[in-house]
Write a protein that binds this ligand. Structure first.
Ligand code: HEC
Ligand code: HEC
Length: 386
């Protein structure tokens, strides 16, 4: 920040310029505004600090010398190391991005250990915690055009992959802010690994190569990431034309929704409705001109009560834990071959084995059943497996 970084200055002056034009006020205080020719009417003030404009371009941060007569009244000049410690932004062009590397696999490990508790499995998100992925970023980017015209319509998905214009912000965000409770604790390589993992769950390709499970991300590859929504933000606020782009963009109200406002027209702010609005409401009788008329009679089909075979209930309560799949080594319910082998012994033998227990099958399956009930369950299992 203290270094004269063009982009920061541009975005700071943009924010202030927009804020001023919105509130339409001039916070002069006792600072006399400088001549408008010098400042191009962009009176940008941070307590006496101006961004002078030269050749139609906002120049570097300039201090109003009058406020500094006699030197600093508090604080001191920051040391070079202090400046370096603050000046850590990671920019889309790679400014600030260190060398390093990390794989999707390592990223998944760190994610499981340090991120999953808040951001959910595979970045699914959780109450209050942003989702980091919802699927293929390129596909989801298209949802940004969705308008939620109905409450249940699919709205735009604004997760990192689909929405963010630059991946550098992800790297920066993770390094400086995450994990939330222990920020700035990750190594650069871990940040590469986590970025790789997040790109993987967003189904990214970098330079034509899929970020699959054994992808290894490094600085050079990182700089080749093209986010699907890179052009989704207007005006374009980076590059040497940034400030001009911003000015031109805001000059034309059509660019930000002022579609019906003719050039030079004044927005109406009070009593703008010319005719009295006629509100049509559905009357008590409902809508009458539908054919066939809408019915208000509730005639939903009656629900059929499900009657379980008593043997089925006993099976579910006592036997299913072991007989539903092959993991317990028991003949699986519905497995014709397995039950064919069982019944080949003769039904009495089978009853006896079941009641006395055989190998890993406890007597009567460990259930407190009468002989008759137990046999009925065996019959049920045999009959269901024919
Ligand atoms: C204790 C909970 C918690 C943990 C653990 C955590 N985060 Fe976060 N994370 C958050 C919260 C809360 C936000 C939203 C912050 C905000 O919007 O102000 C966030 C935001 C983010 C974002 C920005 C998402 C967006 O779309 O705005 C990223 C990326 C992120 N976290 C990555 C990680 C990574 C990687 C880890 C593991 C190293 C991690 N987080 C661990 C709580 C957590
Ligand atoms: C704790 C797990 C378990 C439970 C509970 C269980 N079984 Fe079994 N059952 C087995 C296993 C294991 C076998 C296979 C035994 C073998 O042949 O080695 C088996 C085999 C059987 C056989 C075949 C016996 C034979 O002659 O091959 C029948 C019949 C049977 N069980 C009925 C039942 C019934 C009825 C219930 C519930 C009332 C039940 N089992 C509950 C584990 C279980």
């Amino acid at each position: 920040m203290f270094k004269l970084d063009r982009k920061l200055i541009i975005s700071a002056s943009l924010v202030t310029a927009v804020a001023l034009s919105v509130v339409g006020c001039f916070q002069g205080g006792d600072v006399t505004p400088p001549p408008s020719s010098e400042f191009n009417n962009h009176a940008t003030i941070d307590g006496g600090v101006y961004y002078p404009v030269k050749d139609g371009r906002t120049g570097p941060y300039r201090i109003n010398e009058d406020t500094l007569k006699g030197g600093f009244s508090h604080g001191r000049t920051p040391t070079a190391n202090e400046i370096a410690a603050w000046d850590k932004d990671i920019m889309p062009d790679g400014t600030g991005l260190p060398e390093g590397s990390g794989s999707v696999e390592e990223g998944a490990e760190v994610y499981e250990a340090q991120c999953v508790s808040c951001h959910g499995d595979f970045g699914s998100g959780g109450a209050g915690y942003p989702s980091l992925a919802q699927g293929n970023a390129v596909t989801l980017q298209k949802t940004l055009k969705n308008q939620r015209v109905k409450p249940d319509a699919d709205g735009p998905v604004r997760v990192f992959g689909a929405y963010w214009p630059y991946a550098s912000t992800l790297w920066w965000y993770i390094r400086d802010a995450m994990p939330h409770t222990k920020s700035k604790s990750l190594t650069d390589n871990q940040v590469y690994a986590l970025s790789a993992y997040i790109l993987n769950i967003n189904e990214f390709e970098i330079d034509g190569e899929k970020v699959d499970d054994d992808y290894v991300l490094d600085r050079a590859k990182f700089l080749k990431i093209k986010m699907p929504n890179v052009d989704g933000f207007e005006p374009i606020i980076n590059g040497p034309q940034a400030l001009d782009n911003v000015r031109n963009y805001y000059k034309d109200a059509k660019n930000f929704g002022g579609l019906n406002l003719k050039q030079g027209a004044v927005r109406c702010m009070t009593n703008c409705q010319k005719e009295t609005a006629v509100v049509t409401r559905i009357q008590n009788g409902g809508i009458s001109d539908l054919n066939p008329p809408l019915s208000s009679v509730r005639d939903l089909p009656a629900e059929k009560a499900v009657v379980l075979d008593p043997a089925q209930t006993l099976y579910e309560e006592n036997c299913k834990v072991c007989h539903a799949d092959s993991s317990m080594g028991a003949p699986v319910m519905g497995d014709k071959v397995a039950w064919g082998k069982v019944t080949a012994k003769g039904i009495d033998k089978v009853y006896a084995n079941g009641m006395n227990g055989i190998n890993a099958m406890p007597a009567k399956g460990g259930a407190n059943l009468s002989d008759k009930d137990f046999k009925s369950v065996v019959d049920y299992m045999i009959n269901s497996s024919k």
